[in-house]
Design a binder for this molecule. Sequence first.
Ligand code: DMJ
Length: 565
Amino acid sequence: MLARKSQTWVLLLLLISASLFHFSTSQSDSPWAAKKRRMRDKVRKMLLYCVQHDELKPLTKTFTDSLSELGNLKLEHLPQDYNGSALTLIESLSSLVVLGNNTEFERAVLWLSENLTFDVDARVNLFECNIRVLGGLVSAHLLATDSPNRVVQGAYKNQLLTLAEELGQRFLPAFNTPTGLPYAWLNLKYGVMENETTETSTSGCGSLILEMGALSRLTGDPRYESAALRALRKLWSMRSSLNLLGTTLDVLTGEWIEYSSGIGAGVDSFYEYLFKAHILFGSEEFWRMFHSAYVAVQKYFRHGPWYHEADMRTGKATYWQLTSLQAFWPGLQVLVGDIAAANSSHREFFYVWEKYGVLPERYLLDHLMLHPTEKYYPLRPELAESTFYLYQATKDPWYIKVGEKMVNSINSYTKVEGGFASIRDVTTMQLEDHQHSFFLAETCKYLYLLFDDTFLLGRNYIFTTEGHPLPVLSSWHERLPETYIPTNWTFIKTGKQGRRASSMSLQVCPATMLNGGQRIESACHVPDSRSDHRCSTNEECGIDSTTCRPRSCSTAGYCGLWLFI
Ligand code: DMJ
């Protein structure tokens, strides 16, 4: 994707020289503030390793333009003269703004403006290209132009938006299916290739709305948003009577291929985008979809603080596994307002992090052990993301300590001379030669924001699933008054004080809440494992739907809310 003029490294040294010291001006403040500042500076140094190529190879101190992050793991379907997409540089753009490094941001924007093209014979994965490239460009354009963070002055003539639009146009042929569900793969130059696979995932076709919607709002061309929306509506129409979706499906027939699903791989960002689309675009339609989907997740996947997978048709548990991708869920729950549930799940994820030093890709909940093959940690961001959200919501210093431990582990296990390397096996801490682009886009960004949220002052942002911020603008909200007070937020009166509560705690739990005469399902409800309510341990007794308190097992062997236990 690059008409490369030079192959020089863009090691973002200025990142340190221009801004590290700018922020380090120490005032005499508390040891606590000094600790946060020290950690922030440590994360700032982690963002040093960036190149104008697709992926940094930290062990060999080189790079690759193989487009692997966009799906082509084996250099297949790439032209001889392919020069990459500068993916790592695109992914680092919004992180530079979060760090306040406007000089390097501007330099990167202008370099991309001159060198990036999408007129290449390369097969890419639509979802990956959307969240990383389109999302990176759209977010950077908004940051470059949106006050109060306007960072690029005279030289910027909307070049990133022009590039984003060019890419968006190249996405459109993928949506040309009888169902409106997009192909997972397409060739940027020639569109969907003959005999292309018709299989895609729920997240693959259900998490495009933020980037493509933003592109439509910015360009005035409705095609991107309407293609993404049509796909999302079709996907939602394929839910089971339990409001569950599967993991993979066929875009031509609109039939499910894999009926088992959870909140992790292949589905995760679908849930995230329903709710974030409601925040960004204000539409109640997204809220309604999210509400039903969230309740179904809590009802069929949740087991105490854990989430297993289940068959969408029956709701019966299928796989009892914790996967590192699931760790984004507590962060989403913070946005929803389900802080207590977020906190309890986050603690379990962090327990597994501490057990191994980092979070392994897959952990078997039924055996409390590692998955035999998926023992890797590719520097994923999800736990850092949830830690950041929980700290924002609670200001509990415990989350700062969690962040500190995470930064220290990442530095001690994965830092090498050429960057940060993925861990192949968490039991041996053997490394592999990958620094995935999401390390800069997400992992470092969320850790930084945990210690210094200056960027968030003055503007509301939502972060895409790849961690690229999009400002929440009232002009993007449909049918909403200037000062929008979401209908799903309210105040509960408790004594003299008003306590802010989310729709989830109000509308969903307790189960007795009525909505237009209709009983609403409780989100916290976890049924007893036996329908006769008999038990031998507390764990068999689930969560009470009215109080959201765990039930326990009485000495007579019955589940209930026994106050004396
Ligand atoms: C990122 O590319 C995105 O967060 C995506 O939604 C799934 N996870 C990876 C990083 O783990």
